[in-house]
Design a protein around this ligand. Sequence first.
Ligand SMILES: [Zn+2]
Length: 225
Amino acid sequence: MRLKDWFLSFLHLLFPRLCVVCGEPLVRGEEFLCLSCLMSFPYYRLGHEELERQLNEIMLVEGVYALYVYNRQSPYRYLVHALKYKSRREIGWMLGRMLARRFPADVKFDTVLPVPLHKKKEAKRGFNQSRVIAEGIRQVVDVEIADGALCRVVNNPSQTKVKERSRNVEDIFRLQDESLLRGKHVLLLDDVITSGSTIKSCLRELSRVPDIRVSVACVGRVGHP
Ligand SMILES: [Zn+2]
């Protein structure tokens, strides 16, 4: 952890009413983000053509949605960090609500499928951050959450890379209960999409479900270089 990250964590511990992004104290009416950070919020505005093309090679994806540009230099990464590493679920709910407000009005999803964590990792963290974001989406739009439809059978992504040559990548996830997805428009949701390899692994399993329609969403999308 870098010194600045450590220092900000320490400040948050002492004064929880600080902007998650810049660390300035919040005033009345501000929640998680100060007005200035909210005004310059880096909404994701680029198209998703290249990712869509890659995903469509696996199965037809109706739409790809992202809330904001996520990168390692941007202080806005603290939003996802606060959710994942400091268990600040209320920030995940806020991100879910912000994402849901950007869905086109004429698009309706039946169920949200948060990308599952391996059960050991979820037990260690105490929650699945994508599931928390899904709860935020549900505060804005009327959808189910498809808990238990898919499970993650490979834990460590670095192990996955090593094993990639010898085992099939689709083995990372396993379809567990297709009745939760069959005949539905499913929003596959991850916290951050970088290369898209996790989403692709999920899609390989989902492509086996009859009559399914799929869209993909994330709060953080790593911007094009
Ligand atoms: Zn701020």
